[in-house]
Write a protein that binds this ligand. Structure first.
Ligand code: F6P
Length: 361
């Protein structure tokens, strides 16, 4: 049994991080009489001077509904550099971190993060350090788990945004474009598009054509609907083009929504507006589901460590939390299946993905 474990959060924040921290601390202290150390600002906190703080049931009291992470986070830094648009994990800081962990008598780590953070955690495991990961990302694009916490809250926020855009679009007979997050996968766009009654959903998995978007706008006009709501994932791409970046070197996606708005306005002459939902999808309080899932993940991660599991990640499988190898968790991105049920349902009810060969409904 470990005497002292470290907990850290890495990557972009997501609603529910504090729920995981709270559950991990309460389980470790209350159930297994271990001590908990919070590592600040992702893995950065175990380098140099180290930024560590004792976590007790008192210090995690009241954080369950709080957005962000009380430990701070980083999605770039010494462990993860972006060089020419590619993510690199250098070896050197891991050596230093292992020395610091030993010096501070931290015997195991609970690492809460997405693909990049879990890839770093896997490096610690390869060096023989006990690690259990907890999957986080609002994008829900980790293949080894049915769900990541944070995703459902993001869907709620994006759906509310679509509902609100709906009434203003209908009042002004406009085309509204909502750009949502989704770097590699279109889960947020797809699910909020279904829940918020979008007319067109554009996702990275189904490249779109402008002709097809315009066709949908005109088809709606013919039927007497003089407005159109389009939801686009930031990583969506036009056929024959690549993703659109605000800053390609730093891999910061963005701009696709406004590009679509301009083109649609130019061709149809209809007034169009674009809203970029951005970090509103990540900030603020988690919904009840993400608080529950985060809590279950946090407690199960500590249990997994205590029962001797190493190099694993907790994952949701058929509604139960189980563990899977970290290596599997980072191997593949979970993409939307263009032939899958949700896409088919969306098409059945008349939503267009603006694929070049898409039939009119
Ligand atoms: O991974 C989640 C995510 O929300 C992506 O969809 C998005 O591209 C990215 O984070 C943006 O992160 P940041 O602006 O914090 O660098």
């Amino acid at each position: 049994m470990y005497k002292k474990i470290g907990i850290l959060t890495g990557g972009g924040d997501a609603p529910g991080l504090n729920a995981v921290i709270r559950a991990a601390v309460r389980t470790a202290i209350g159930e297994f009489e271990m001590r908990c150390i919070g590592i600040e600002d992702s893995f950065e906190g175990i380098l140099g001077e180290t930024q560590l703080r004792k976590l007790t049931t008192k210090t995690v009291s009241g954080i369950l509904p709080r957005g962000g992470t009380i430990l701070g986070t980083r999605n770039k830094g010494s462990f993860c550099k972006i060089v020419d648009g590619k993510m690199i994990i250098p070896d050197m800081p891991i050596d230093e971190a292992l020395v610091n962990l030993k010096q501070n008598k931290i015997e195991a780590l609970v690492v809460i993060g997405g693909e990049g953070t879990l890839a770093i955690a896997e490096q610690f495991h390869r060096r023989g350090f006990p690690v259990v990961g907890v999957p986080k990302t609002i994008d829900n694009d980790l293949s080894a788990t049915e769900l990541t916490f944070g995703f459902r809250t993001a869907i709620d926020i994006a759906t509310e945004a679509l509902d609100r855009l709906h009434t203003t679009a209908a009042s002004h007979d406009r085309v509204m474009v909502l750009e949502v997050m989704g770097r590699n996968s279109g889960w947020i766009a797809l699910e909020c598009g279904l829940a918020g009654s979008a007319d067109v959903i554009l996702i990275p998995e189904i490249p779109f054509s402008f002709d097809s978007i315009i066709k949908k706008v005109y088809e709606r006009e013919k039927r007497g609907s003089l407005f159109t709501n389009i939801v686009v994932a930031e990583g969506a791409l036009e056929v024959g083009h690549s993703e659109m970046y605000l800053d390609q070197k730093q891999m910061r996606l963005g701009g696709i929504g406004d590009y679509i708005r301009k083109e649609v306005e130019k061709v149809t002459g209809k007034e169009s507006r674009c809203v970029v939902l951005g970090h509103l999808q990540r900030g603020g309080s988690p919904n009840a589901f993400d608080r529950m899932l985060g809590t279950n993940f946090g407690a199960c991660a500590v249990r997994a460590l205590v029962s001797g599991e190493r190099g694993k990640m907790v994952a949701l499988k058929s509604g139960r939390v189980e563990t899977v190898p970290l290596a599997d968790a980072i191997a593949n991105i979970k993409s939307v299946n263009p032939g899958g049920q949700l896409v088919r349902t969306a098409r059945d009810i008349g939503i267009s993905f603006a694929a070049p060969d898409e039939e009119e409904h």
